[in-house]
Design a binder for this molecule. Structure first.
Ligand SMILES: Cc1cc2nc3c(=O)[nH]c(=O)nc-3n(C[C@H](O)[C@H](O)[C@H](O)COP(=O)(O)OP(=O)(O)OC[C@H]3O[C@@H](n4cnc5c(N)ncnc54)[C@H](O)[C@@H]3O)c2cc1C
Length: 336
């Protein structure tokens, strides 16, 4: 990848009109830094309370993680629940699930039943290896303890994937989203409520001043009562976060299945040592695509090309869950 050129555009970014820019002002009540889902959801919530908001985004809305996500809005999240249970206890896990359910409901309200933005799906966490089985069992235990009602499926269960699983958990009535169309809806609401979305405005610093903050950008300062930092990665030199941060990259591909098999209907996440994520989507012409990802790695430690090579031999097995290659029976349309 040519780093200077930025990350490759995802399927979601390729199938959404660019989001319009507003003129910047020098004074506003709240500045929100970052135009991903965290920043735009915050801006909407503030604007609904009558605050005047300006979102400052360094690149374009959705240029960060949100534009490259796999967009599963699910309470089944691989082995996340057992991780939280182990480190923070049962009460925190229950609160986490409750918070996730509330966020899921909120996003559904924003999407307002628009099928081009959100679809209801069954979510599956699955394993195909003895190591994955152990993780799956632990995940089932802690989710049941936290009161989540899900289905446990044994070895050989048909969950819609074209290879055998050794076990799976299934949770109905979850959702998958088109992340960029969701952001476009949020941006439109910010604007409708009198807020502004300013792109190509990288924030370089924030100073405390009398009665508020001064937000510094290459294009000039903005004074505000409050600033919300929603940049995903820290941008201010506080808490030594820059030294604690480890970059992580995942590879995702969208494939057209060319051998007549249907795209699986569910949303899937494996808990095997090398995790995989699978869901369906549509291209700009409404044709079904398989979206498959995983192969997470630390950039600069391993090169993407080497991860691609290993992913193509261990991913979707004999079929196609390969973020990089295009083996028989499928043609890759987009990779990011
Ligand atoms: C491959 C992949 C798959 C995923 N799949 C899922 C999934 O299925 N379900 C799920 O729930 N989550 C998933 N996630 C995680 C999810 O996508 C993220 O948690 C979420 O998108 C983070 O949103 P954000 O708004 O916090 O950050 P971002 O979307 O990264 O937004 C931060 C924004 O801040 C901007 N910014 C940065 N610095 C500055 C600055 N100095 N000034 C101004 N702007 C700045 C960036 O350009 C960016 O647009 C996935 C992540 C990846 C990588």
């Amino acid at each position: 990848m040519d780093v200077a050129a930025g990350p490759p555009a995802s399927l979601w970014r390729r199938t959404t009109e660019p989001i319009a820019d507003d003129p910047r002002v020098e004074r506003v009540e709240v500045v929100v830094v970052g135009g991903g889902i965290t920043g735009l959801a915050t801006a909407v919530l503030l604007a609904r309370q009558g605050r005047t908001v300006m979102v400052l985004e360094a690149r374009e809305v959705g240029a960060g993680t949100t534009g490259g996500t796999t967009g599963k809005l699910s309470l089944l999240q691989g082995s996340v629940a057992s991780g939280i249970r182990a480190h923070a206890g049962a009460d925190v896990l229950r609160a986490y699930l409750e918070g996730n359910r509330a966020a899921q409901d909120w996003v559904r309200t924003v999407a307002d039943g628009d099928d081009s933005v959100i679809q209801t799906r069954t979510a599956y966490t699955y394993a195909t290896s003895p190591e994955g089985d152990d993780v799956l069992r632990r995940e089932a235990e802690v989710l049941a303890e936290a009161g989540l009602e899900f289905e446990t499926l044994g070895a050989g269960a048909d969950i819609g994937l074209p290879f055998a699983v050794t076990g799976a958990l299934a949770l109905a009535d979850q959702s998958q989203v088109h992340s960029m169309r969701l952001l476009a809806r949020l941006a439109a609401e910010v604007r409708r409520l009198g807020g502004r979305i300013v792109q190509h405005a990288r924030v370089t610093g924030i100073d405390l001043v009398e009665n508020g903050v001064r937000v510094r950008t290459a294009g000039g300062d903005v004074d505000a009562r409050f600033a919300v930092i929603a940049t995903g990665t820290p941008i201010l030199d506080r808490g030594l976060f820059f030294a604690k941060l480890v970059p992580s990259r995942s590879l995702v591909g969208a494939y057209r299945l060319t051998d007549g098999r249907p795209v699986p209907d569910g949303m899937y996440l494996s808990v095997d040592p090398e995790s995989r994520t699978i869901r369906g989507a549509q291209d700009g012409a409404g044709r079904s695509l398989l979206v498959a990802g995983g192969a997470g790695f630390t950039p600069a430690v391993k090169k993407a090309s080497r991860r691609c090579a290993s992913a193509s031999t261990c991913g979707y097995r004999s079929t196609s869950q390969v973020p990089c290659g295009s083996p028989g029976g499928r043609r890759r349309t987009t990779a990011w």
